[in-house]
Design a binder for this molecule. Structure first.
Ligand code: ADP
Ligand code: MG
Length: 402
C-alpha cells in the first residue's frame, strides 16, 4: 500500500509542484496520474521512490515512511520506466534487463532465465538479448524498458508517460501488454499519462492533477459519472461525457415509482377491482414490508372464480427476477426486453418493490441512445410475454366477476 499524507513539494526555486495531496493506492492496483503538463504528476510519482522528497507531509509504503528507507534500497524494490526508456545505450539488452537483479546479487543463471522468460513473454526474439538498444525500434525498446522494470519482481512499478513517444498502434499494443503484465505480476502500478483514453483503459483508479492539486481520485466509472469540476470535465471532453451519461443511466432513473400493488392476503375480487379501477392488467404483489413477492395478472384471476376463497397469494406468479434499482440500464436492458413480463419490477437491495420499468420506456431509451444501430435489438422478443392481453379488456373483467 502506498499512502500520500498531506504531501507538498516546493522546489528550491519556489514552485509548489504538489499541494497537500492525500491518497491511498492499494496493493495490486493500477493507478494513473493524469493532468496537463506542469500539473505535478512527475513530481508526485518521483516522491514515491525518493527521487524527490516531500517538503512536508509524508509518503508511506506498507505503513513505513519512505524517508526512513534508504533511497538506493527503496529504488531496487521499485521498477521505473520513463518515456525515453532509460535504457543504457552502452549495455546490451541483456545487461540492461538484469541490472537490478545483479545489484541484488542474484545468481547469474537465474538472471539469464528471467531475461529469456521475459523476452518470450513480450514476444521478442532471444537473439535481441545481445543487441544494443539503438538497434531496436522504439516500441521494442520500450518493451525492454518494461521488462527491465519487472525483472526483479518489484512490488511497485512506476511509469512516467512511457508510451508518449510511440505511434498509436504500438502504444495500444504496449498498453495491453502492460495491463496483462500487471495482472500477472500482481504489482502495484502508478502510471503517469496526459492521455485520458490511456488512463481509462488501464486504470483501476485515476488521480487527476491540476496545478499541483489532486482534484479527483476515483474509479474511471465514477470520474466519468461525476467529474469533480470543470478541469476534470475538460479532460474527459464533451463527447465522452455525453456517452457516459447514457452509459451510466440507472434503472432508478427511468423507472415509474409507486407502482400499483396487491397484498398477499387480498381477495381476488378485491384485486380485480383494483385493476379495473386503474385500468391495468397486472399488479405486483408485496408483503406487509412492501417486499416484492409476486405478480398477479388479469388472466390468472379471470380464469378463477372471484367468489372462491382464494387469495392473491394462491394464484400469483412467484418466479419473478426483478432488477435492482442501482443496476445500469445498459447492463439490464436486454434482460428486461427479453423478459416474459410487460413491466419489470424494480427492487432495492432489501427486496422492497420501489418501481417498475415498462418495456416502452426502455425501448425508447434503447433506440434513442444506447444502441446506435439495431443489431442487438433484433430477436429481443423471442419469448412470449405472460400476459399479452391489451389493457382495455372490459369483457374479460366482467367475465371474471361472474
Ligand atoms: P508534470 O509531470 O505534470 O508535467 P512536473 O511534476 O514535472 O509536472 O512539474 C510540476 C511543476 O514543478 C512545474 O511547474 C515544473 O516547472 C516544476 N518543476 C518540476 N521539476 C522541477 C525542478 N526540478 N525544479 C524546479 N521546478 C520544477
Ligand atoms: Mg511529467
Amino acid at each position: 500500500m502506498i499512502e500520500f499524507k498531506h504531501v507538498e513539494k516546493v522546489y528550491p526555486g519556489g514552485t509548489t509542484a504538489v499541494k497537500d495531496a492525500t491518497l491511498t493506492i492499494e496493493d495490486g492496483e493500477f493507478v494513473c496520474f493524469i493532468g496537463t503538463s506542469g500539473s505535478g504528476k512527475t513530481t508526485a510519482l518521483r516522491m514515491i521512490n525518493r527521487m524527490h522528497d516531500p517538503s512536508s507531509g509524508e509518503i508511506l509504503i506498507d505503513g513505513q515512511a519512505t524517508t526512513s528507507i534508504d533511497p538506493v534500497k527503496l529504488r531496487r524494490g521499485i521498477g521505473y520506466v520513463i518515456q525515453q526508456t532509460g535504457l543504457m545505450p552502452h549495455l546490451t539488452v541483456y545487461d540492461n534487463i538484469v541490472t537490478v537483479p545483479r545489484l541484488l546479487k542474484w545468481d547469474e543463471k537465474k538472471n539469464r532465465e528471467i531475461a529469456e522468460r521475459l523476452m518470450k513473454r513480450v514476444e521478442l526474439p532471444l537473439e535481441y538479448l545481445d543487441r544494443y538498444p539503438s538497434e531496436l525500434s522504439g516500441g521494442q525498446q520500450q518493451r525492454i524498458g518494461v521488462i527491465r522494470a519487472l525483472a526483479a519482481n518489484p512490488k511497485i512499478v512506476l511509469m512516467d508517460e512511457p508510451f508518449g513517444a510511440l505511434d498509436p498502434i504500438t502504444r495500444e499494443a504496449l498498453q495491453e501488454l502492460v495491463k496483462e503484465l500487471q495482472v500477472e505480476f500482481g504489482s502495484t502500478f502508478v502510471f503517469v499519462t496526459h492521455d485520458m483514453d490511456e488512463a481509462l483503459n488501464l486504470s483501476d483508479k485515476i488521480a487527476v492533477w491540476h496545478e499541483g492539486e489532486l482534484i479527483q481520485y476515483d474509479t474511471p466509472d465514477e470520474i466519468l459519472r461525476n467529474p469533480a469540476n470543470e478541469h476534470v470535465r475538460g479532460f474527459l471532453g464533451e463527447d465522452r461525457l455525453l456517452q457516459a451519461q447514457t452509459e451510466f443511466i440507472t434503472v432508478k432513473e427511468i423507472m415509474i415509482t409507486q407502482p400499483l400493488t396487491a397484498t398477499m392476503g387480498m381477495s381476488l375480487a378485491r384485486a380485480i377491482s383494483v385493476m379495473r379501477k386503474n385500468r391495468v392488467d397486472s399488479l405486483f404483489v408485496v408483503d406487509d414490508d412492501h417486499r416484492l413477492k409476486g405478480l398477479l395478472t388479469l388472466n390468472d384471476v379471470a380464469s378463477r372464480s372471484a367468489h372462491s376463497n382464494l387469495s392473491v397469494a394462491d394464484v400469483m406468479h412467484t418466479n419473478l427476477r426483478p432488477v435492482l434499482e442501482d443496476a445500469l440500464v445498459q447492463d439490464t436492458a436486454t434482460r428486461i426486453l427479453k423478459g416474459r413480463i410487460p413491466n419489470m419490477p424494480v427492487v432495492d437491495k432489501e427486496g422492497h418493490l420501489t418501481g417498475l420499468v415498462t418495456r416502452t420506456a426502455l425501448v425508447n431509451l434503447v433506440y434513442n441512445s444506447i444502441w446506435g444501430d439495431e443489431e442487438e435489438i433484433d430477436n429481443l422478443t423471442d419469448e412470449p410475454v405472460i400476459n399479452p392481453t391489451p389493457v382495455n379488456t372490459s369483457a374479460t373483467t366482467e367475465g371474471a366477476e361472474k
